[in-house]
Ligand binder design. Sequence first.
Ligand SMILES: Nc1ncnc2c1ncn2[C@@H]1O[C@H](COP(=O)(O)OP(=O)(O)OP(=O)(O)O)[C@@H](O)[C@H]1O
Length: 665
Amino acid sequence: MTAPSTHTLPTRPLLVMLRQWAESGWLRRLDAAFAGFLNERAPEAPDEVLLAGALVAHMEGRGHACLLLDELLDDADALLGWPADAAAALQAALSDVPADADAWRAALQASPLVATVDMRGALRAGAPLVLHEGRLYLRRYWDYERRVAQQVLARGVAPMPVDTSAVREHLDLLFPAATGGDDVAPPIDWQKAACGLALRGRFSIITGGPGTGKTYTAARLLALLFAMDASPERLRVMLAAPTGKAAARLKQSIDAALGELNDQVGDRLPLDELASHIQPARTLHSLLGARPDTRRFRFDAAHPLEVDVLIVDEASMIHLEMMAALLEALPPMARVIFLGDKDQLASVEAGAVLGDLCRGAEAGRYRPETLAYLEAATGQRVPDAFAGDGPPLAQQTVMLRESRRFGGPIGQLATAVNQGDSRSAVALLHTDRSGALAWLDAPSPTDVVALALRGRDGAPGGFGGYLKALRARPVAGDAQAHADWVLVVLTAFERFRLLCAVRQGEWGAEGLNAAIERAMVADGSLVKRGAWYEGRPVMVTRNDAAVGVFNGDIGITLPPATPNAPLRAYFLDGNTARSVGVSRLASVETAFAMTVHKSQGSEFEHTVLVLPRDAGPVLTRELVYTGITRARRAFTLVTPRAPAFGEALAQRTQRASGLLSLLDR
Ligand SMILES: Nc1ncnc2c1ncn2[C@@H]1O[C@H](COP(=O)(O)OP(=O)(O)OP(=O)(O)O)[C@@H](O)[C@H]1O
């Protein structure tokens, strides 16, 4: 949101009240200031318009694309989840404004501050708010939603013509039939179906939990596209993900899958040539050409990306603004395939685009025409349970349902959590004997610190391996040995991580980082002479295109190979490390512990999820699920108050958005 300026203190009673709310921490200062800005623009605007403006800004700060007016009037407490005193103040404020939604809507519609959308989609010029079908938007977010919907519709409405018998031949090679026994029909291979559907669309989604083979499928889809293309030598393939780490993982997984495929199909498909067409994976910011000090990217509708096929991983992390920019920068004829887990937490920024787009993915809702195509192109009959009359987007969306790497206790726990089955989840955490799962009651944060330093039974180590790697520094001046050491340290750090539900407080990332630092300094593992010290892991908290670091990147502070040179932060970039002088990193925080939100796109051998004492609105099922699915071999749940876990599972993340209604027309 653009920060409006207020030059003088407000005198209008509503604005005074909003300012007090901001001082109490119920609203952001920005939200109250936005109401002040609306008042400056239209001093005659009634209170309800200014109040709605402050609340829509507030909702944007909480990740919502819009404010649902009916929900606000029906049950403001449920919508906002404010503390009792704030809720009472809001109820009092609401009782001063028209009590029913129609009167409120009429006041908004009549205001010059609010644009309503006419039959042709036109808006009143210059209005900072938009009202559409009971949803109130900051104009920018209305615009992003409309642009995303337009792009999805433009790319997805008419399937491209496909030679189904050629597709079938290739798909049978790429996905050898599962054997179901003599009289048992083989289960449907959703990976094969996903390739078949993506082949005929310019916009496709492959969603599924961890290890369900999204990248495995994407690699086969690339092989299929390459085999089916009339001039494959000209095909430009790009890979991207929201964070550097996720981009590096995507490239590694695609390379590994293509290598495996090569062993499987030999020279029946030109896979070596395909591999040479795949450019290095990039972050979305770098792909689009982020520029310092502007929201605009180098690539946009007027200057499209030079790409024919774009695969985007970790799509649940893409927020509305980025999705709009990405889709518009794609040439109209290019294909984009999004991979992601629809059940994960959405981005910190407003919008839950993948979740919205995948709302019907579980049910399939494939139309007869889609089912007939799938049968011809893949040789598979999709079970009736997945038939329906879904919109065009549903015809291009496939959910992968079988986890290949996550079948053990961690997978079972993730499933129980996803289903909100807290009894089974608690039982799994308490009774697992394999070492994969553990529940730790931690009366004090020092228990978490002990876990961080030494690990636990069944999953020993904690940060011990990382500290050991740090100590194995080669003699100064040997550049190659130094480069190898940096990679060892970076990789060792990836093995263990504390994930917190919140940032602040003793159970939050900030408190635990400080406590771990203190403990490591006390036992001599670290020498800390200032904010920057050797071995300090840092996470970038703001994009800085000029330095080449982006929100969520994780680096380790180390001395460079040259003796006595200042410390540098080293970042893993695929299989190599790149470094930045620490003085150039303006926005970073220590990263022994990090929030679950920031951990998306990463995985660790042993992941510890720390739930604080009180289950506030941020503690949700999606947050716990996302934390668990960051664990590769071991997961530990830690909390000072056991019921916090069940309370979190009972709470869902619901983000207000109008995207689906724009797509369903
Ligand atoms: N059909 C299959 N047959 C055999 N192995 C498979 C199949 N599908 C996936 N795998 C294997 O399962 C593992 C997980 O697959 P993959 O990495 O593609 O999953 P993913 O959904 O992309 O996971 P993540 O959520 O971690 O990104 C890989 O080792 C892959 O080779």
